[in-house]
Write a protein that binds this ligand. Structure first.
Ligand code: NAD
Length: 393
């Protein structure tokens, strides 16, 4: 099915392109982050918008006490290196151009290359009230809901904002659920992560706190490795706004390796948490891990996943694994949870565990990959959502 809205914007000053794809609306609204990276394409944004529709559908259930009702899926993207000095101006002009969509049908937030603070600043400059203002008409008590979300954004847990932790908490819980089902102990299980930004950073923290050992992390400058375990908290504290680690904090035993070394690390779990298309048919051959947990969106190419599956390597798919951030925004805004870290993280863990369990059970029963099982679950829910809330696509 083709998306409802698909547009390409061209910056009149730099010639850079930006994209907006609304895959579908539910109750007239869609949800999906905004990313900025050199090489971002309309095709990539289209795939991500479709993924958002799935993620929203996966969090739809028949629990009558649930207040959050899933939305449609969307995504925005700008083809520019976020560290380019012109990037901020481009972001403001892009937001000004797509402002009518943000005001009416597209709720957005941070994604790869952008922080929520930066998007909020640029959105204000572009004349927007908020990046999620399209949802305001759906709220019972808009003022209380907005205050709850603002309060939740102000919550900090050991130096990291709750908004930056919820997603990684969900990723970690998905990984732990897979370990539990396989009867593998947390202690002694090793992890390599690509990307130490919002998603990778939080995932590394939660897996470390669960007792696993983080043996390698990669950022845009290369891989940092230590087979005995990295000092994750000091790496997290040494990041700049783009998730690049200041190498001055490395300990004598830490090694600096090439950018793709995380892939072949001696680890049971790989967490790609940076770019799309990181694992392809060529480099998958170097992977020795047993699980690949997709914190990033679309990091494993479909043909690579087939080869990995044939080698007994399980990919836990993005649409389930990294859906916690998006859901946390809506759980908070709609009032399923309050602006409290313990409550929010407990709810995230419970929901992500239930969803991962459901997916893995289906996959096992049907002899399919977890991704195929997740797609089947979402596909079964989409008509129910349309039936209940109307057909907008
Ligand atoms: N932030 C969110 O709320 C959110 C939610 C769901 C999914 N995601 C997905 O997670 C992924 C990461 O997003 P983020 O918000 O954590 O990004 P981020 O910008 O906060 O961090 C990106 C990290 O990846 C590293 N990186 C970038 N390019 C790299 C490369 N080529 N090789 C190695 N490392 C590289 C950066 O140095 C940084 O450490 C994206 O695919 C995004 O779509 C993000």
């Amino acid at each position: 099915m083709s998306p409802l809205i698909s547009l390409t914007w061209r910056d009149h000053i730099t010639g850079r392109e930006g994209y907006l794809v609304v895959d579908r609306l539910v109750r007239g609204v869609s949800s999906g982050g905004l990313r900025m990276r050199e090489g971002c394409s309309l095709e990539e944004v289209t795939g991500l918008a479709r993924g958002m529709t799935m993620k929203e559908a996966l969090h739809f259930n028949d629990d009558p006490s649930a207040r959050y009702i899933p939305l449609g899926g969307a995504k925005g993207g700008i083809d520019c290196d976020p560290r380019d000095p012109a990037a901020y101006g481009i972001l403001v002009r892009y937001l000004r151009a797509v402002r009518p969509y943000i005001e009416t049908v597209w709720t957005t937030g941070e994604d790869l290359g952008l922080t929520q603070d930066l998007i909020d600043r640029a959105a204000a400059e572009a004349g927007l009230v908020s990046t999620i203002q399209a949802i305001h008409p759906l709220l019972d008590d808009e003022e209380a809901a907005r205050r709850r979300l603002a309060d939740a954004f102000a919550v900090d847990v050991d130096g990291i904002g709750l908004d930056e932790l919820a997603g990684g908490c969900g990723v970690a819980e998905a990984a732990l659920t897979a370990l539990d089902r396989a009867g593998v102990a947390y202690e002694g299980t090793r992890v390599a992560v690509q990307g130490l930004g919002t998603m990778g950073g939080a995932t590394a923290r939660f897996l470390l706190r669960a007792g696993l050992t983080i043996v390698a992390v990669a950022d845009v400058k290369g891989t940092i490795s230590c087979p005995e375990g990295l000092d994750v908290e000091s790496l997290l504290a040494a990041r700049d706004a783009f998730g690049t680690v200041d190498r001055a904090v490395l300990r004598p035993g830490d090694r600096e390796l090439p950018g793709d070394a995380w892939l072949s690390a001696d680890a049971e779990i790989l967490v790609p948490a940076a770019v799309s298309y990181a694992i392809d048919t060529a480099n998958q051959a170097r992977i020795r891990a047993r699980w690949i947990v997709e914190a990033a969106n679309m990091p494993v190419l479909a043909e690579a996943e087939e080869l990995l599956a044939a080698r007994g390597i399980t990919v836990l798919p993005d649409i389930v694994v990294n859906s916690g951030t998006n859901a946390w925004w809506w759980w908070t805004l709609f009032g399923d949870i309050g602006p409290d870290a313990d409550e929010a993280l407990a709810h995230t863990r419970r929901s992500m565990r239930a969803l991962t369990e459901l997916m893995l059970e289906r996959a096992e029963a049907g002899g399919t990959t977890p991704r195929a099982a997740a797609h089947a679950i979402a596909a079964a829910r989409l008509p129910l959502i349309a039936e209940r809330f109307g057909h907008y696509h």
